[in-house]
Design a protein around this ligand. Sequence first.
Ligand SMILES: NC(=O)c1ccc[n+]([C@@H]2O[C@H](COP(=O)([O-])OP(=O)(O)OC[C@H]3O[C@@H](n4cnc5c(N)ncnc54)[C@H](OP(=O)(O)O)[C@@H]3O)[C@@H](O)[C@H]2O)c1
Length: 254
Amino acid sequence: MSSLLKKVAIVTGASSGIGYASAKLFAREGAQVVVGARRQTELNGLLVEIAEAGGEAVALAGDVQDEAYAKALVELAVDHFGGVDVAFNNAGVLGPMGATAEVGLDAWNEALSTNLSSAFLGAKHQIPAMLRRGTGSLIFTSSFVGYTVGFPGLAAYAASKAGLIGLTQALAAELGPRGIRVNALLPGGTDTPMGRAFANTPETLAYIENLYALKRLARADEIAQSALYLASAASSFTTGSTLLVDGGISINRS
Ligand SMILES: NC(=O)c1ccc[n+]([C@@H]2O[C@H](COP(=O)([O-])OP(=O)(O)OC[C@H]3O[C@@H](n4cnc5c(N)ncnc54)[C@H](OP(=O)(O)O)[C@@H]3O)[C@@H](O)[C@H]2O)c1
């Protein structure tokens, strides 16, 4: 299989969970991958796994809140692999959890900066590289939270993830005429460190799993398959979409 053959892909949030699984899958599908996150050790482990599977990847550690980092990831992709075709802007945090009236402005700003402004910064530097290719796929990891489901105590997370949908729609309209597709991927609860932090006791996990039509959380590799769909030509007529990959939590009432 080689649905990303000769494509260059940037994946953020690649030290863990959905980003880690997606970077491995993209490389297996023939992409040359630039992986980013703050934790260098985890990125190094990912590079070893990709190389052992016969893939190609380079890593750059940094904070997605930092514009210089967004620029550097694109420069690395261009210098090392010749351009950018796919950018999976996936890094994110849960942010402050609890009563909104008790959320501090710093914690709110940190969550919005990490989940939403980072996506703007990523796109800002990825777009010129994609325009030079005349093609590209931008993907943002949003969530069903803030779209189809309101969970109490997750205001900053929900607002940031809803903001990504607005960003997706505006960019899809702006860049469609120039050959760039832009989509939001909306995973349901996924068994990653973030997913486990939310479902942090056996009772909470059981309660949450029961909310899903499929009665379980997703595996990171299942979400990665949907990221691959949006990254590849399989989704060539898909832009401005909100792709729910949520195990049916949005429609389930059982
Ligand atoms: N798990 C779920 O249930 C779920 C559901 C819907 C949507 N999502 C979304 O899916 C995305 C991936 O989440 P996940 O479940 O895979 O969580 P995860 O395992 O906790 O991974 C989060 C990734 O984001 C990176 N990251 C966080 N803050 C960063 C920063 N300031 N700068 C650079 N990288 C940063 C982390 O790397 P470092 O810590 O090394 O920096 C890590 O690689 C997130 O956007 C999340 O909101 C998750």
